[in-house]
Write a protein that binds this ligand. Structure first.
Ligand code: PGA
Length: 247
């Protein structure tokens, strides 16, 4: 099974659902549809209406983040995993570099993952090295640390998806070489087996994925799908990624 996850970031208003309807129409006609899943993470404001609309359809809805406290609290502006699940979303991203930049420590991320799982959300846990780590050949140690500090063997394999997103690649048009990426994803899966004490969960790649470079990623068998930012804000570009992947 492959995964195509569209991360809308700060994009979208109620009528943007038309883009998802187009993706849904494409999906229903696609002869490859049994081979993949489509998940979209719109902003919080759209979670409930989109999740309702797609309830019995093939596109799943997730949130881009969640708060590290359960149910209700007095933290202004915060949205808990419990609240996200209550409006019908099934997934949540945790640890996107934007949120790590805003102060999400490993401790906070661990709490987010635990509470999201407790509330029956599938967690898409994002990891990735920055430009300096890469230059100093620290990529593997950084990734290992990000996994070890947050995940553990209590977590069910099919409730966790790991998204490898090199920070220097997000929104820049720069992507890792095939050799580099293959080695890194194999390394991540090896670490995950140790950390979770079971077979590796699904591992995605994210960072400047588009319709023209997706064929290159396809050659790397260990990559189970993609977390797509910029190109998910156009139904055509998003559909092109899927089409070109299966071409
Ligand atoms: P990008 O973003 O595809 O625009 O590089 C990916 C992400 O931030 O998840």
């Amino acid at each position: 099974m492959r995964y195509f996850i569209g991360n809308w970031k700060m994009f979208g208003v109620p009528k943007s659902i038309n883009m998802l309807k187009k993706i849904n129409t494409f999906y229903l006609k696609d002869k490859n549809r049994k081979k993949y899943r489509v998940i979209i993470t719109p902003p919080y404001t759209l979670l409930e209406s989109y999740a309702k609309f797609f309830k019995n359809k093939k596109i799943s809805i997730g949130s881009q983040n969640c708060y590290q406290k359960d149910q209700f609290s007095s933290d202004t502006g915060a949205i808990s995993p419990y609240m996200i699940r209550s409006v019908g979303a099934k997934y949540t991203l945790v640890g996107h570099s934007d949120n790590r930049n805003d102060g999400d420590t490993n401790e906070i991320l661990k709490s987010k993952v635990e509470l999201a799982l407790k509330n029956n959300l599938v967690v898409v846990f994002c990891i990735g090295e920055n430009k300096k780590d890469k230059k100093n050949k620290k990529t593997f140690s950084v990734l290992k640390n990000q996994l070890l500090k947050v995940l553990d063997k209590r977590f069910q394999k099919n409730k966790i998806i790991v998204a490898y997103e090199p920070i220097w690649s997000i929104g820049t048009g720069k992507i890792p070489t095939k050799v580099e990426l293959e080695k890194t994803v194999i390394f991540i899966k090896k670490v995950l087996k140790v950390v979770l004490k079971k077979n590796s969960p699904v591992v995605l790649y994210g960072g400047s994925v588009d319709g023209s470079n997706v064929q290159l990623f396809k050659e790397i068998k260990e990559i189970d799908g993609f977390l797509i930012g910029g190109a998910s804000k156009s139904s055509k570009k998003f559909i092109d990624i899927i089409k070109n992947y299966y071409r």
